[in-house]
Structures are given as structure tokens and as C-alpha cells.
Design a binder for this molecule. Structure first.
Ligand SMILES: Cc1cc2nc3c(=O)[nH]c(=O)nc-3n(C[C@H](O)[C@H](O)[C@H](O)COP(=O)(O)O)c2cc1C
Ligand SMILES: Nc1ncnc2c1ncn2[C@@H]1O[C@H](COP(=O)(O)OP(=O)(O)O)[C@@H](O)[C@H]1O
Length: 316
């Protein structure tokens, strides 16, 4: 069981000391994985807790209020991913006005030392932190010599000669290049959530869809896709999905809807995971439901054909 905390204030959570790694960890890609695994192995070597420190909302979401930048990973998936990589403690610090205005030095004193009793602090390349991104690796090293912790930066992880980054993954997803996205992530791109009720129109169109909300975040891409749905049966179920605001029915909030093939059952409340395999097309505004349904039949046939050829991915 790993411990989850969200507050900057409070007593030391790890009086015996800890090894901390810090990052936005959106996507938990190959670079993030290398960082968290490294911190976890250092923590095991020192016999202390491994703590992954991140933020929710992400700092760039906080600063971009209004036009939220695209998000890859929702909080729960980020927590589960960090735990699976070996984090004993996970800090999803509430990024608010106070945290945004905290100086780099105070962040080190209050959070890394005061709250986490850090013995080592690990970050990725080009890490910046504190008010106006005023702190960097040199700041960490300098403060570390006074406050008795070591600071280190892991080597950048590259794929095909280029740095692995969340931006590169967002671009790959936007281009419908799920193969590249999977290679950068070290696993297929998937979105998980609990099935919520919708307008209950789908069943009358012959296409019931299990609907997932995207937590009020902006997705990195929208459109119609072939996908595997995990979490319903023992093996993944083939599906056609629609991700977006559904302009035909004047939707507003982005929803991920999955129509599962050869399946009939109640999915409300169930947690499912949608693993994207291939993009079929962009979302469109149809003049009427009849033309939308005609297109949905074509989408379904295309998705079935693609998935018959695709290997079922192992359940992550
Ligand atoms: C294969 C598929 C393709 C879809 N394509 C579009 C689309 O291009 N434009 C659109 O507005 N909605 C699209 N939708 C979403 C439908 O509008 C939505 O499923 C329908 O309104 C039923 O919604 P409900 O689940 O709330 O009942 C698509 C849904 C599916 C399953
Ligand atoms: N093949 C299927 N694919 C997806 N959902 C299905 C399927 N068969 C039954 N369901 C159930 O029907 C619900 C979707 O029906 P729909 O009319 O689209 O309602 P809603 O608008 O509430 O999503 C799903 O949440 C699930 O409980």
C-alpha cells in the first residue's frame, strides 16, 4: 500500500528519511519510468521510502486557466502507475496560488526537507521549480549541501534519436500515430474511468455506448477509433469509440464513448479501460441522426476489420 498525500503543510511524513523524485509525470512515459524506478532503487539501497512528488492540477493547467492544455493521464491512473513503478509515497500536491508563489528555496525547505526529510532528490533533464521557475538543478545542489541531501538528474531517455517527452506523445496521439505513442509510453495509450449515464439515446440508435468522463480535463485528441475495452470480461472486448463533444447532439463536455461489439449487459458504474488501437476519422457534425447512424455502421465495420488483424494487448 502506498501513501497518498496532497498537502504541503503538516509534520514530517517520513521521519526516517526518503528518496524523492519530482515531475509532472503526465503520461508516465519511458523518461518518467526511468526516473521513478531510479529513485525507487536508491530508496531500497538506503532502506528508506521512495516518494514520487507531483501536482494536481498540473502547474501548466493552473497557469493556463481557461484554455487548459491537453492532458494525457488522469490522477487515478497517475497514482496507480507511480505505485506500480515502486513509489511507496505519492504526493499529488494541490497546485494553487500559494504553491505557485512559493520560492524555490522555500519549496526545498518546507516540502523536500520539512515534510519529506529527503536524503536524495532526483529530477529529469531541464527541471525547473519554485516561483517563476526560479529554481533548477544548481539550486537543488546548493541547498542540498546546506540541508544535507543529495540532488541528481537522470540522463534524458531518447527514442529514435529524439528525447521522449509528453509533448511528443500528445503530438503522436493528435496525428493518430498510436504505435509511436505506445513506443514512447512503454505501453499502449489507454483511458480508464467509471461508466456514467448519458442521454440514453445510443440504444435507440442501435449503438449503446459506455460513457467515460475525462475529469474536466482537455484530451490530447478527439475522434472515432478502433479500441480494446478492458475490465469487462477476462479478455479485452473489441469496440468502436467516439471521443469528443458530439457536435451532432450539441454536446459540450468531452466524453469517451465505447460501443462494445457482440456484447449486451449493464456497464453503469463499472471501471473500464479503453486502449486505443487506430484512428478511423475526426468527429463530425451531421445534419441529422440518420446520417450519423449510417456513418456509425461504416465505422463499426472498419473497427471490426482492424481489430481482427490486431493482436489483443496484454491487460495493463
Ligand atoms: C462509432 C461512433 C461514431 C460517432 N461519431 C460521431 C460524430 O462524428 N459526431 C457526433 O456528433 N457524434 C458522434 N458519435 C456520438 C453519438 O452522437 C452518441 O453516441 C449518441 O449521441 C448517443 O449518446 P448517448 O451515449 O449519450 O446516448 C459517435 C458515436 C459512435 C459510437
Ligand atoms: N454493446 C454495448 N456497448 C456499450 N454499452 C452497452 C452495450 N450493451 C449494453 N450497454 C449498456 O448500455 C449503456 C449505454 O446505452 P446508451 O443508450 O448509450 O445510454 P447512455 O446514454 O446512458 O450511455 C452502457 O452504459 C451499458 O450499461
Amino acid at each position: 500500500m502506498s501513501r497518498l498525500f496532497r498537502d504541503v503543510d503538516g509534520g514530517s511524513l517520513y521521519p526516517q528519511g526518503s528518496v524523492v523524485c519530482i515531475g509532472a509525470f503526465d503520461g508516465l512515459h519511458l523518461g518518467h519510468r526511468a526516473l521513478v524506478r531510479h529513485a525507487a532503487s536508491r530508496a531500497r539501497a538506503l532502506g528508506v521510502a521512495a516518494v514520487a512528488l507531483s501536482f494536481e492540477p498540473l502547474p501548466r493547467e493552473f497557469f493556463a486557466a481557461g484554455a487548459a492544455p491537453p492532458r494525457l493521464t488522469l490522477p487515478r491512473a497517475r497514482i496507480e502507475g507511480l505505485r506500480d513503478l515502486g513509489a511507496d509515497g505519492i504526493g499529488l500536491l494541490r497546485f494553487d496560488v500559494r504553491l505557485a508563489s512559493m520560492s524555490a528555496e522555500n519549496f526545498v525547505r518546507d516540502v523536500l526537507v520539512g515534510r519529506l526529510s529527503a536524503r536524495e532528490v532526483w529530477v529529469g533533464p531541464e527541471f525547473r521549480f519554485g516561483r517563476k521557475r526560479g529554481g533548477d538543478m544548481a539550486t537543488l545542489r546548493r541547498l542540498g549541501t546546506h540541508l544535507d541531501f543529495e540532488a541528481g538528474e537522470i540522463e534524458p531517455v531518447a527514442l529514435d534519436g529524439e528525447r521522449v517527452s509528453s509533448t511528443r506523445i500528445r503530438n503522436a496521439l493528435g496525428d493518430g500515430d498510436f504505435r509511436l505513442a505506445s513506443r514512447l509510453l512503454g505501453r499502449p495509450y489507454a483511458i480508464a474511468g467509471h461508466v456514467v449515464r448519458g442521454a440514453q439515446l445510443g440504444r435507440t440508435l442501435g449503438f449503446p455506448t459506455a460513457n467515460l468522463r475525462f475529469g474536466g480535463k482537455t484530451p490530447a485528441f478527439t475522434g472515432i477509433h478502433a479500441a480494446w475495452v478492458h475490465g469487462v470480461g477476462k479478455t479485452p472486448i473489441a469496440a468502436v469509440t467516439s471521443f469528443g463533444t458530439r457536435p451532432t447532439v450539441d454536446g459540450v463536455e468531452p466524453l469517451l464513448e465505447a460501443h462494445l461489439f457482440d456484447f449486451d449487459g449493464d456497464l453503469y458504474g463499472r471501471r473500464i479501460e479503453v486502449e486505443f488501437v487506430a484512428k478511423l476519422r475526426d468527429e463530425e457534425k451531421f445534419p441529422d441522426l440518420q446520417s450519423l447512424v449510417a456513418q456509425m455502421h461504416k465505422d463499426a465495420a472498419q473497427a471490426r476489420a482492424i481489430l481482427q488483424q490486431a493482436p489483443k494487448q496484454a491487460y495493463a
